[in-house]
Design a protein around this ligand. Structure first.
Ligand code: BGC
Length: 534
């Protein structure tokens, strides 16, 4: 593993839903041992860091983001010892691991909440946000719009309302209470001591509430997050904090502070605009959002993604853009969820290999470190008819067999059905056949990752749009030290001639390309490394 404390700037991340990955003990749920068995596969793909979705004990009202014990691992996933083994085995292969740290809320089954609701005089009463009225903080939006009528829920036992930004089964912690602030630092300490390499800090904009505000991104929230960073830097140098703030770039910018808050932050708004660009055949929306993205401190990095475990969020678009995106990508009403779309990458892109590759090429060349969502490297499908976001969290398809190599358990005890879709079922889409076929999507993705890792301009280079006189082309330069890379993408459905000014080599194909006119076929992309300075 590299000793560079800025490792995350060059890293390729891979997001794993442990329950979906590989079941080692035939109970129908993926687990830590199963994931450990598959580390060779992850290593072969070229991944540098895994992000594990929550593995804590949980009643699973929000698939593990509702935590009932911060200091243990859910039984179905294994034990703390299994986790240690996973970390060791991953580290041995040069793969780091970050995990979700859910700071904002707990499950209503958490003993803190149970004690809090049961007794007004309990020290835990002040761990949550209680009120006699539900008319406080009315400027705060509701996030789970499809299910939650309010951010307040009446609790019969407590005789008061409690505050929650997500499901009612996820009461928000009260960060005005210093004991809560300290507890959550202790939680971080526990997992960092086990050897993990950092956290994806969940839903951080909502830690504090203040009347008259939308209760997002408050100065108090930033102050606490800076304390967390001080703690991490002082005790665990080289470990990282990745910020999940689904916000506009100018509102995410403060989460980097002066390089003293988060190491990394997701760039949410670029994601839907990549999909807009692919559908419209025009780069304009991507250009617009990147041009309004502020620069970030040297030691910070954006994290970019195409899809993840949630709905494809359309929070960071205008109302008009949202309607357009729904019209284009969610033609079936069931595909919509809250302010988003519950579909996976391949079905969204019509399972068109050229579009999928183009999307990945954009992901791997834009500024930031890319995250690949498990299963999207082989183009897995989804099931919009499953509850909530479960349709994008289905079992990994390892082979073409009837159980897809995920589990030996009776199918009835599986946490989720497999897709039986003719196009996306395991007989059509699976790891084994793609690994064995050099022309597969998997090999293309693996190749892109391998090439990306040879050049630091991808992770660290400056970014500049290159004008090629047509907005059907997304062309940009990435420059770092003596590496000058031109990434060009033909988003349109007609061939386009592009004039290049320098001799270059296409580092994906190895082809030498003297300067002059270059024709890009529809949906073609190229990564051109300038030869001017060798
Ligand atoms: C996670 C969701 C989760 C929510 C509440 C989000 O940001 O990505 O999956 O439901 O936080 O914890």
């Amino acid at each position: 593993m590299s000793n560079d404390t800025l490792w995350y700037k060059d890293a390729v991340f891979y997001q794993v839903y442990v329950r979906a990955f590989r079941d080692s003990n035939s109970d129908g749920h993926g687990d830590l041992r199963g994931l450990t068995q598959k580390l060779d596969y992850i290593q072969r793909l070229g991944v540098d860091c895994l992000w594990l979705m929550p593995i804590y004990p949980s009643p699973l009202k929000d698939d593990g983001y509702d935590i009932s014990n911060f200091y243990n691992i859910a039984e179905t996933f294994g034990t703390v010892d299994d986790f240690k083994t996973l970390i060791q085995d991953a580290h041995r292969r040069g793969i780091r691991i970050i995990m979700d740290l859910v700071l904002n809320h707990t499950s209503d089954q958490h003993p803190w909440f149970q004690a809090s609701r049961a007794d007004k005089n309990s020290p835990y009463r002040g761990y949550y946000v209680w009120s006699d009225t539900d008319r406080k903080y009315t400027d705060a939006r509701i996030i789970f719009l499809d299910t939650e009528p309010s951010n307040w829920t009446w609790d019969e036992q407590a005789g008061q309302f409690y505050w929650h930004r997500f499901y009612a089964s996820q009461p928000d912690l009260n960060y005005d209470n210093p004991a809560v602030q300290e507890e959550m630092i202790n939680v971080a300490r526990f997992w960092l001591d086990l050897g993990i390499d950092g956290f994806r800090a969940d839903a951080v904009p909502y830690l504090f509430e203040r009347e008259g505000t939308n209760c997002e991104n408050l100065p108090e929230t930033h102050a606490y997050l800076k304390k967390l960073r001080v703690f991490v830097d002082a005790n665990y140098p080289g470990r990282i904090l990745l910020c999940e703030a689904n916000q506009w770039p100018e509102d995410v910018r403060p989460y980097f502070g002066d390089g003293d808050e988060f190491h990394m932050g997701f760039h949410f708004p670029i994601m839907p605009r990549i999909f807009m660009a692919l559908k419209k055949g025009l780069a304009d929306d991507m250009v617009g959002i990147l041009n309004r993205t502020p620069s970030i401190p040297e030691n910070c990095q954006w994290c970019i993604f195409l899809r993840n475990h949630d709905e494809l969020t359309l929070e960071m678009v205008t109302e008009e853009e949202r309607q357009w995106m729904w019209g284009q990508y969610a033609p079936e009403p069931r595909m919509k969820l809250n302010l988003g779309i519950r579909r996976r990458l391949a079905p969204l892109l019509d399972n068109d290999r050229r579009k999928i590759e183009l999307a990945y090429s954009i992901l791997f060349t834009l500024p930031g470190s890319p995250i690949v969502y498990y299963g999207d490297e082989i183009g897995m499908g989804d099931n919009i008819w499953l509850h909530d976001r479960n349709g994008v969290r289905m079992p990994m398809q390892w082979d073409a067999g009837p159980t897809s190599g995920f589990s030996e358990a009776d199918l009835k005890s599986w946490y989720s059905p497999l897709t039986n879709d003719e196009v996306f079922g395991p007989s059509q889409v699976n790891v084994e056949s793609q690994v064995n076929c050099p022309e597969s999507l998997w090999h293309t993705i693996r190749h892109m990752i391998a090439i990306r890792k040879k050049y630091q301009c991808f992770g660290r280079g400056e970014f500049e749009w290159v004008d090629v006189r047509t907005n059907a082309i997304a062309a940009y330069q990435r420059k770092y030290k003596n590496e000058i890379l031109l990434a060009i993408h033909n988003l349109g459905d007609s061939p386009v001639d592009v004039n290049t000014e320098q001799d270059a080599v296409d580092i994906l194909s190895g082809e030498d390309l003297p300067h002059g006119t270059l024709t890009l076929a529809p949906l073609q992309y190229r990564w051109l490394l300038s030869r001017s300075d060798g």
